[in-house]
Write a protein that binds this ligand. Structure first.
Ligand SMILES: Cc1cc2nc3c(=O)[nH]c(=O)nc-3n(C[C@H](O)[C@H](O)[C@H](O)COP(=O)(O)OP(=O)(O)OC[C@H]3O[C@@H](n4cnc5c(N)ncnc54)[C@H](O)[C@@H]3O)c2cc1C
Length: 374
């Protein structure tokens, strides 16, 4: 988790102290000036400390939200719409999180006093969401799960205690291309990445920088109902390495025939299509449905990697690994299957080595790429 409050204090302290030092050096004989400079620096530092304290109070204390709508997506998942009970409560702290990357909030189950993390879906209309203090979540019902079944039982108008934001992964302004593997509700962080990359960037970033960005999402679900209406974008031409067939000749395997396309589109598919329309050619999506025997296999990972645009990244260019990233989000089994498991070390969850399909694909088509398990 990134401690934004602490970061702010450091930045303000550094600026204030640099200014005080400079003033002291420029005006060595002037004691009064030096005293004022040091006083201002200490004052600024104390103010920054106070700001950080207020920020952490807001982030760490639970705030009441009201459940205003529940939109079923499938038999096991719904989109929850929540609005701040007191709309004057600070929405600012979330605005910053939207620009930074992947983040979550904690919901409390009040009877058992337990909390679980949930990932807000980007607002459809940022201005309206901010005015109303509204948030959306895709929440899967686990029939034996304490908090998710509690949430799914709540009636419209019920209160939900929420605290956050907890920043999980920051996208630096350097990021240009992302391949995102999402399993089930792991699509919510992928949508946050889309928002941070394309919609929430700081105004200082030019259109030229924005038009350079690309995001390819591979979204896997067990059942079609979770991604109903989703149609995969075509893979890039000649992206697969030739495979030896039983005849000894090299052939490109045929893609499986797609199932009939549903007219009805679930909300998340609608959100993805709206993004694709707003950023044509920059956002692409592939859908995988396990019940239809469609899996993110080695070929799919290889194809995804070949989407990384090499014109700016060919060998010889001194590009940083930050620029191209593979992000993986979903249940632990999904992450482990694609890139090896995360590991626990000294009571902390760490990334663990990158292995399995992602490692094989990178070794076949070497890229200077950062891999991160969410
Ligand atoms: C950063 C982050 C973001 C997340 N974002 C989302 C999101 O946007 N949407 C979403 O739906 N989920 C999200 N999750 C998952 C969410 O936090 C919960 O883990 C999920 O809702 C299940 O919580 P629960 O309390 O309902 O289940 P739990 O009570 O924690 O149970 C989980 C499972 O464990 C089993 N279990 C519990 N106790 C035992 C036991 N003693 N023996 C055997 N099995 C047991 C239960 O049967 C159940 O299947 C996120 C998780 C993280 C870490």
């Amino acid at each position: 988790m990134l401690e934004r409050g602490t970061e702010q204090v450091h930045e303000s302290f550094e600026v204030a102290m640099a200014w005080a030092m400079e003033a002291a050096q420029l005006h060595p004989p002037n004691r009064a000036y030096r005293r004022v400079a040091i006083g201002v620096a200490v004052g600024t530092g104390l103010y920054a400390l106070w700001q950080a304290y207020v920020y952490s109070l807001k982030r760490d204390s639970f705030v009441a939200y009201t459940l205003i709508a529940k939109e079923p997506v499938s038999s096991t998942a719904s989109i929850f719409h929540l609005a701040l009970k007191q709309p004057d409560h600070n929405y600012e702290i979330y605005k910053d999180a939207w620009r930074r990357g992947i983040w979550n909030v904690h919901f409390k189950q009040p009877q058992l006093q337990i909390v679980r993390a949930y990932t807000p879906l980007p607002p459809i209309d940022e201005k309206t969401a901010e005015e109303k203090g509204e948030m959306r979540f895709l929440i899967r019902k686990d029939p034996h799960g304490e908090v998710s079944s509690y949430l799914h039982k709540l009636r419209i108008g019920a209160d939900i205690e929420m605290r956050g934001p907890n920043l999980e992964y920051e996208l630096t302004p350097e990021v240009r291309q992302v391949v995102f593997f999402a399993g089930g509700t792991g699509i919510a962080p992928a949508l946050q990445v889309a928002h941070a990359l394309f919609e929430g960037r700081r105004p200082a970033e030019s259109d030229a920088v924005n038009s350079d960005r690309k995001l390819h999402i591979l979204w896997a679900n067990r059942m079609r109902e979770d991604c109903l209406g989703g149609v995969s974008d075509d893979p890039p031409a000649e992206s697969l390495p030739p495979k030896p067939s039983w005849t000894g000749f090299f052939t490109n395997p045929k893609r499986k025939p797609s199932p009939p396309i549903s007219e009805k589109k679930v909300v998340i598919v609608q959100d993805l299509e709206a993004l694709k329309q707003r950023y044509p050619g920059q956002i692409t999506v592939e859908y995988f449905v396990n019940a239809e025997d469609s899996w993110i296999d080695e070929d799919a990972v290889f194809r995804a990697l070949s989407r990384f645009d090499d014109k700016d990244f060919s060998t010889g260019y001194a590009t940083s690994r930050e620029q191209r990233q593979i992000l993986i989000s979903g249940p632990p089994g999904f992450i482990a299957y694609l890139a090896g498991p995360k590991e626990w070390k000294n009571g902390k969850e760490e990334q663990g080595a990158v292995s399995k399909l992602v490692a094989h694909a990178i070794s076949k088509n070497p890229h200077n790429v950062k891999v991160w398990k969410i």
